[in-house]
Design a protein around this ligand. Structure first.
Ligand code: CA
Length: 261
């Protein structure tokens, strides 16, 4: 039993870029089920923003009609394709999409693209999703070493995306019954490419709560040089056991008040 309702926090920031093509979603349906998602859009002027927002809207509305997570991802794919058709400025736009649907005490994770879901339990962190990127697939297949892949001109290319083709293969993980004190993190590559896994876990377990954690993660990615949009959604099932509090927001210094004392 996980006990109390999950605690959720979201964060998205343009970072060093002028626009933010990432989008985040956290919503509770009337039946009490919970949807969390991160989308990282791509495409020319404003198109990436439209792609990520369209995907999240479509995912939300499809799940509201009671379809399964995989079908809702297909609905998101159709919606982004439709939004792109007939407008040359939007041609080729697409988005990553990672989403978690938590219902009846279990969750499923859906994924297309290279945004990620991580599970944190105790002192362990594991990536739930597989990246659909050229670099990750080349390493998984053993056709390239991580070193070679990192130097490839295709290293940033996605092998799957929402809204770029008529059909899309969706990965669905679960159902997973969260352990008490489990934390799930969804994030775009602007976060995880700048903050390694051990630091993700360190921040989650050394901040006061999920709100402080996502703010601290965003700030950390920026400080570590992320040149991308930065997004994170964190959900805590039960109560995470936290270590020190070195990253908590400091207590404000009391200013002296003239005319008193
Ligand atoms: Ca990105």
């Amino acid at each position: 039993m996980v006990g109390r309702a999950p605690r959720i926090a979201t964060y998205t920031h343009a970072g060093r870029r002028s626009g933010n093509q990432d989008a985040v979603l956290s919503t509770t349906f009337t039946d009490g089920s919970l949807l969390l998602a991160v989308a990282d859009g791509m495409g020319g002027h404003l198109a990436g923003e439209i792609a990520s927002a369209t995907a999240l809207e479509a995912l939300h509305s499809a799940l509201g009609t009671g379809v399964a997570l995989r079908e809702a991802f297909h609905a998101a794919n159709d919606s982004v394709l439709r939004a792109a058709s007939g407008d040359s400025a939007r041609s080729g736009m697409g988005t990553t999409l990672v989403g978690v649907l938590f219902e009846r005490g279990e969750y499923r994770v859906g994924n297309v693209g290279d945004s990620r879901a991580y599970r944190m339990r105790g002192d362990r962190i594991e990536q739930v999703t597989d990246d659909h990127s050229f670099i990750a697939e080349a390493i998984r297949e053993g056709s390239m070493s991580p070193h070679e892949a990192a130097r490839s001109p295709w290293r940033n290319a996605l092998t799957r995306a929402i809204g770029t083709e008529r059909s899309v293969q969706v990965d669905v993980f679960g159902p997973i019954r969260p352990e008490p004190g489990e934390v799930l993190l969804l994030c775009s590559d602007g976060l995880y490419k700048s903050v390694p896994e051990d630091m993700l876990l360190e921040v989650a377990t050394s901040t006061e709560n999920v709100d402080a954690a996502v703010q601290a993660l965003g700030a950390l990615a920026f400080r570590r040089g992320s040149d991308d949009n930065i997004s994170a959604v964190m959900v805590e099932f039960g109560t995470l056991s936290r270590r020190g509090m070195e990253l908590t927001v400091p207590v404000p210094v009391q200013r002296s008040t003239p005319g008193r004392g």
